[in-house]
Write a protein that binds this ligand. Structure first.
Ligand code: SIN
Length: 282
């Protein structure tokens, strides 16, 4: 196994691994690299759903929800992300992640790791970009670190309640309608300790965080604007142009990400996504 760093900010490419067939030693090496680089890229994988689910499960309990839209038939653990239309209907989530976010932070127990496998890629467009929120935290001034040390962010799924994320995409005006059940808000520390490394990250995102617990918006919104702008400084980021067969996994407690979209027609980008849950942020 060979591991090549992808950028100064985050990410590494793992060479010489068939994700469908890893033994415990290989798993340990991957796990160590995951903690060091936060995002891993495995090239040329031809993963069926079962081995993708099995590999994901090595990192935590798999996330499934009976009412989740666009799951793969027979595999409620696998969500289809795709811009393919059949008979005028989308076969998957078209623009997952079109604002900077960390996965499932609107839940009490958010996502630990996300696994995204590219079955088809478009010739142009469809990149994904990540930003390192460990580094974002580390580079805050001591004054800001003190100011936010005990604050908690309010994470909300419904876009209608988020002035920073109101666009009319597939689910813009639907939240409970999509899932059929109310999705309660979650409140998490703005400074999160990573469950394994213990390092601190700036655990907020413009897609999901709409306020700060116990703070008036007059104060909270300018502070959030400042923190959101800081989180995505260019030097904290890595942008990935997908190749067919790529499997990427990333560590949500220490990264935020965004799907860049802009797929040039008639390009088709078709992906299978799995997620595993982590700890209650602390
Ligand atoms: C996501 O945010 O889960 C997916 C991002 C992408 O499709 O590029």
């Amino acid at each position: 196994m060979q591991i090549n760093r992808l950028s100064d900010a985050l990410g590494a490419e793992v060479i010489g691994v068939d994700v469908a067939n890893i033994d415990d030693d290989a798993f340990e090496a991957i796990h160590t690299a995951f903690l060091e680089y936060q995002l891993l890229v495995f090239r040329d994988q031809a993963l069926a759903p079962e081995p993708q689910i099995a590999f994901s499960k090595r990192f935590g309990p798999i996330e499934t929800r009976p009412d989740r839209p666009f799951t793969l038939p027979g595999y409620p653990e696998v969500t289809i992300l795709s811009n393919r239309m059949v008979d005028g209907e989308p076969v998957g989530v078209i623009s997952a992640g079109d604002f900077w976010h960390t996965d499932l932070s609107f839940g009490e127990i958010p996502c630990r790791a996300t696994f995204l496998h590219a079955l088809e890629v478009a010739e142009e467009g469809g990149d994904t970009e990540w930003s390192n929120i460990y580094t974002a935290y580390d580079t805050l001034s001591e004054g800001v670190k003190e100011r936010i040390a005990d604050l908690r962010g309010i994470h909300v799924f419904d876009r209608r309640r988020n002035k920073r994320a109101q666009v009319d995409v597939q689910f813009a005006n639907k939240a409970e309608e999509v899932y059929g059940v109310p999705i309660p808000d979650a409140v998490h520390p703005i400074v999160r300790h990573h469950p394994e490394t213990g390092r601190k990250s700036l655990y907020i995102s413009p897609r999901f965080v709409v306020g700060i617990e116990g703070m008036d918006d007059a104060k909270a919104q300018p502070l959030l604007d400042e923190l959101f702008a800081h989180q995505v400084r260019p030097e904290f980021r890595y942008r990935h142009t997908w190749r067919k067969g790529d499997l990427l996994m990333w560590d949500n407690p220490c990264l935020i990400h965004i799907g860049r979209g802009d797929i040039k027609p008639p390009g088709i980008r078709h992906m299978h996504r799995t997620m595993v849950l982590g700890d209650r942020p602390r």
